[in-house]
Design a protein around this ligand. Structure first.
Ligand code: TA6
Length: 300
């Protein structure tokens, strides 16, 4: 049993699943061992930053709808394997607690997933170790390090599928991706050349910006704040809002919840997938930081 600092408590959460509750000097946090899903990050003095569906399922075999599900070792549907779960097995797996530390400012939690009989009989049967480091502080930093334990090259796709709270998606926008080409997953296979302005939302939006290493900022005027998302080891960014019809079609998503959430995902997918030689290792990391948005309108 890993010794935990007083600011970290392993307890039983929703659906009877084990959850780590973090009550640190600079932030509170919550991580389910199921999928190593960070379901809460609240910097001191701030409102919660992550969105979790009120009707999210907390059960084995189901991904938690919200927080930061980990997509690995593939993203979306796996070509040639229609039975394979969308977004890989990592967010459906029980990760183990590798350690936790509190340095008086930030609280760091480390979780681990390695291949097992289930993964070795999956559509991606390779030997691997994944170590996920979560630093809860005035910023939230997530680092996913994957090591190839096998004797042949493997290719991995990965995404930190982060659900952010927004006051109203119709007033929110994403800056930082101006001019970047993207694949609109709702349109044809050809790439869109990129738009000169911020990403704004007026319908279902599902875009993959391939080759994008840029930081992105979610501007949330209604909440009077912005979230700046910086990243390292990631060459793709996904922007998703299901809008009305898709939200209604999801059982773990309230019909009106599309108004209050937005996914901006740090990823390596498609032509930016990562090739790992035997013993090779790769780390993808993301840091989220709240900023008072100068153009935001304080909520009444
Ligand atoms: O990241 C966007 C996306 O790939 C969308 O196409 C949508 O499927 C979303 O992920 C949620 O996927 P999930 O399997 O969690 O319902």
């Amino acid at each position: 049993m890993t010794d935990l600092p007083p600011s970290v408590r392993l307890t039983t959460g929703r659906g009877g699943l084990p959850v780590l509750l973090v009550d640190g000097p600079a932030a509170r946090g919550e991580v389910y061992l199921h999928g190593a899903t960070v379901t809460g990050w609240t910097p001191a003095g701030q409102d919660p930053v992550l969105w979790v569906s009120p009707t999210a399922q907390f059960s084995a075999g189901t991904a938690i709808r919200g927080g930061v599900p980990i997509c690995f070792p593939w993203f979306g549907a796996l070509a040639g394997h229609p039975q394979a779960p969308a977004h890989g097995f990592a967010r459906l797996s029980d990760w183990s607690l590798a350690g936790a530390q509190d340095d008086g400012e930030n609280v760091t939690v480390r979780l681990r997933l390695t291949d097992d009989e289930a993964t070795r009989s999956s559509a991606w049967p390779h030997r691997f170790e994944a170590e996920y480091t979560v630093v809860f502080g005035s910023r939230l930093t997530l680092s996913l390090q994957v090591t190839n334990l096998g004797d042949h090259e493997v290719v991995i796709e990965e995404a930190l599928h982060t659900y952010y709270r927004v006051d109203d998606i119709r007033a929110a926008e994403v800056t930082g991706l101006e001019g970047a080409a993207f694949h609109d997953r709702l349109a044809g296979p050809e790439a869109s050349p990129g738009e000169p302005g911020p990403v704004r939302f007026g319908s279902e939006t599902d875009r993959i910006y391939l080759g994008s290493t840029a930081a992105a900022t979610i501007r949330d005027p209604g909440a009077g704040r912005a979230v700046v998302i910086t990243k390292d080891g990631s060459a793709a960014t996904v922007v998703w809002n299901p809008w009305i019809d898709k939200a209604r079609a999801m059982s773990d998503f309230g019909d009106d919840d599309w108004q209050r959430m937005l996914c901006v995902e740090v990823a390596n997918i498609g032509r930016t997938a990562v090739r790992l030689p035997p013993a090779g290792s790769h780390t993808m990391s993301a840091t989220f930081e709240l900023h008072p948005d100068p153009d935001a309108k304080e909520t009444p």
